[in-house]
Design a protein around this ligand. Structure first.
Ligand SMILES: Nc1ncnc2c1ncn2[C@@H]1O[C@H](COP(=O)(O)OP(=O)(O)OP(=O)(O)O)[C@@H](O)[C@H]1O
Ligand SMILES: CC(=O)C(=O)O
Ligand SMILES: [K+]
Ligand SMILES: [Mg+2]
Length: 592
């Protein structure tokens, strides 16, 4: 197969494009930014081996710096494979993914994206190439939702993400999201969806049916359902996507009339309301972590997932319990526990839950089914603020770009919602159905990316940061020193307009303290293990590198400078502030 080489013009410069290859496997490099003549030739040659003779002659005569026989000039942009094999991190002694590297080289430090992006993986994105496209598009964390799919399927996704990291140098972390034991519908007997029309009578039942299910019948997972509901209650599917009114109870069957028609999806969440409030009968006693969840958690520990997100957390106790369970089972590797805030109880006990957790998720889908919708934005704002104060990463999730499940562009309202989450400086934004089963997963990710970068830039330029009181979160004197160092270093970085903050951290703690300050410049976080590197990938503004380093900061810095310089990621004269876990000091220096 030969690939044709094309020029097409844009407002900026002529671009070279490689046809017949998926655009996602390429990174666009401006020619002037090729770090060395040797580097550019290597890239060009590795491409040209696939090109037809005429095009490859053109390319082989080019050196990328001075123009190729009149074809390449300093403003041209060429596509290069987004992973250049000879550039692999391990060989060079430092691991960073090729996408971040290209972004740093192309746009400079200031323009790198600070907000992290999470994609829920589903049927639309579980192929290796699809996962790679998401990683190239900026996915920092892949989420698997244990509500859906089989264990075999989850295993396959985890293995593919790990292989992607190993082969292509990414640090995509894996988040496993538990099912939880709230009330939900069954799987619709295998159907992808079912349409409920206005006025139709449907039966909700706890009885076990064979497949196919009787017509207009829905299974409910909670045995006490028929006893707890009353005639006249309102039954909300997925927080109001479809509504029913309970008209009759016949033993285990509950007959309901559809009052708001819509699409029923498998395993959709169910809530029932009486006199305008959510009814919480015995179901409030259901365990947060069900027996099925414990099996899933064992699976997650065995597979070494990076994060476990716990659905419908009600108290700090369940988080503490899970953390000690993980500590006992997975010696050495520590899996971070994320509390999903999606119930009334979790809002009541917010501070203590977040304090006990390693991070939180504003799970707006279910939250909006439990509290009035108009209260969701203020709850989001409060959760983001508490997390930042307590130094825990926070994720804003659900319906960010819901219309993109079906359409290639977002609504203006969705863009405004994403902008607000970025403006609140949440650590991460999450795609759900948009990436799991939508038509345009890559486009949705690209929207999150471009809106994040734009809003972050605007906010930096306008210097509009909300000054937030950052209380002392350390429990020891040494912790307090680290906090003070990070707060001072971030302030100095802003005032001196430095190019980057460097942090050398074994556990990642010092990096998170710097991230909490949300400085203007990016934070290069150097850590010794790949697992800490992956975990740091959830936190605002951190560019995680894996690097072997010692307690001698002088030699660490020299090593870092020479490695990053060799790869064109920093240059002589760049102003850097360095802090470390080992040495409690702040160093300000120009790259030699
Ligand atoms: N592994 C999967 N297999 C099939 N479909 C999936 C999978 N993961 C997600 N989906 C689809 O994407 C939709 C949105 O995903 P999402 O993770 O938000 O689930 P959810 O059912 O809304 O539950 P949750 O409240 O836990 O987020 C789901 O309703 C489902 O249709
Ligand atoms: C993400 C999730 O669980 C929710 O929004 O409900
Ligand atoms: K879930
Ligand atoms: Mg939920």
């Amino acid at each position: 197969m030969s690939h044709s080489l094309q020029f097409f013009t844009s407002t900026r410069a002529p671009y070279l494009s490689l046809k017949k290859l998926p655009a996602t496997s390429y990174t666009w490099f401006p020619v002037i930014n090729f770090p060395t003549k040797k580097h550019s030739l290597k890239i060009i040659k590795s491409l040209s081996s696939d090109l037809d003779a005429a095009s490859s002659q053109v390319l082989e005569s080019g050196n990328g710096q001075t123009g190729a026989a009149g074809f390449l000039s300093a403003d041209d942009v060429v596509a290069v494979p987004s992973h250049v094999p000879s550039d692999s991190g391990a060989a060079a002694g430092i691991d960073v993914d090729s996408v971040t590297e290209a972004e740093l080289k192309e746009n400079g430090f200031r323009s790198t994206r600070r907000t992290k992006l999470i994609c829920t993986i589903g049927p639309a994105t579980c192929g290796f190439d699809q996962l790679e496209a998401l990683a190239v598009g900026g996915m920092n964390v892949a989420r698997i939702n244990m509500c859906h799919g089989t264990r075999e399927w989850h295993k396959m996704v985890i293995e593919r993400v790990r292989r992607l990291n190993e082969e292509k140098g990414f640090a995509v972390a894996i988040m496993m999201d538990t099912e939880g034991s709230e009330i939900h519908m069954g799987d619709l007997g295998g159907a992808a969806s079912a349409k409920a029309e206005d006025g139709e009578i449907w039966t909700f039942s706890v009885r076990a049916f064979g497949t196919p299910l009787p017509e207009r019948t829905i299974n409910v997972n909670y045995d006490g359902f028929a006893e707890d509901v009353k005639v006249g209650d309102e039954l909300l599917v997925d927080g109001g996507m479809v509504r029913f009114e309970v008209i009759e109870k016949i033993g285990p069957d509950v007959k309901c009339r559809c009052t708001d028609p819509g699409l029923l999806l498998p395993r959709a969440n169910l809530t029932f309301w009486r006199d305008g409030s959510l009814v919480r009968e015995r179901n409030a006693m259901l365990p947060t972590i069900s027996s099925k969840d414990w099996l899933d958690i064992d699976f997650g520990i065995a597979k070494g997932v990076d994060f476990i997100a716990v659905s419908f957390v009600k108290s700090a106790e369940v988080i503490n319990h899970l953390k000690s369970y993980i500590a006992a089972r997975s010696r050495g590797s520590d899996i971070a526990v994320i509390a999903k805030i999606e119930s009334i109880d979790s809002l009541k006990n917010l501070e203590e839950i977040i304090l006990a957790s390693d991070g939180a998720m504003v799970a707006r889908g279910d939250l909006g089914a439990q509290i009035p919708l108009e209260q969701v934005p203020s709850a989001q704002r409060r959760i983001v603020q508490v997390c930042r104060q307590l130094n825990k990463p926070v994720i804003v999730a659900s319906q960010l770009l819901d219309s993109m499940i079906e359409y290639p562009t977002p609504t203006r309202a969705e863009v405004a919602d994403v902008s607000e989450a970025v403006r609140q400086r949440a650590d991460a934004l999450m795609l759900s159905g948009e990436s799991a089963m939508g038509q345009y997963p890559d486009k949705a990710l690209a929207v999150l990316r471009s809106v994040s970068v734009r809003i972050e830039k605007w906010w930096r330029e306008e210097k509009r940061h909300e000054a937030m009181v950052l209380p002392d979160v350390g429990t020891s004197f040494a912790d307090s020193i680290s906090e003070e160092i990070c707060i001072s270093a971030a302030k100095m970085a802003n005032n001196l307009e430095v190019d980057a903050l460097f942090v050398y951290t074994k556990t990642g703690h010092m990096a998170s303290l710097l991230s909490r300050c949300r400085p203007d410049c990016p934070i290069f976080a150097f850590t010794t293990t790949t697992s800490v590197r992956r975990r740091l990938n959830l936190q605002w503004g951190l560019i995680p590198f894996r690097l072997g380093f010692s307690d001698d900061m002088e030699s660490n810095l020299n090593k870092t400078f020479s490695l990053l310089k060799a790869r064109g990621m920093i240059k002589s004269g760049d102003l850097v502030i360095a802090v470390s876990d080992m040495l409690q000091s702040i160093q300000v220096m120009n790259v030699p």
